[in-house]
Design a protein around this ligand. Structure first.
Ligand SMILES: [Zn+2]
Length: 121
């Protein structure tokens, strides 16, 4: 389960940050997860609940902001949101510009990061 490993890294990072800041308890964690990561957020939440047991993060609130995937053509600079129906695709499908057929780069939607945490000191 892909989500489990990623969530474990997030929990570790939050724990490290909380300890550095003298936090005794983490009350809230804000994540930003791009849709092009294809993470299943239900599984992220499930993994989170398991992983935080017995840690500083136990009973913390997990707030996840989802970010739409956005691609930009490196030729004509057209930007477009990308949407997928259904399940995760791996590896990522190759996109091309619907306007000129040029190569595109992903400019949003691949992020998976901790936006902020709230700790009790
Ligand atoms: Zn183009």
């Amino acid at each position: 389960m892909h989500e489990f490993g990623i969530t474990a890294r997030i929990v570790d990072a939050v724990m490290g940050a909380a300890q550095e800041n003298g936090g005794n308890k983490v009350l809230k964690v804000d994540l930003r997860i791009g849709k092009l990561t294809f993470l299943n957020l239900e599984q992220v939440r499930y993994a989170y609940d398991l992983l935080v047991k017995g840690t500083l993060l136990v009973d913390s609130e997990l707030d996840i902001e989802e970010v739409e995937g956005v691609i930009k053509c490196i030729n004509c600079l057209e930007q477009k949101e990308v949407h997928f129906k259904g399940e995760c695709m791996e590896p990522l499908p190759l996109f091309s510009c619907s306007n000129c057929g040029g190569k595109v780069e992903i400019i949003a939607g691949k992020e998976c990061l901790v936006k902020g945490i709230v700790v009790e000191t």
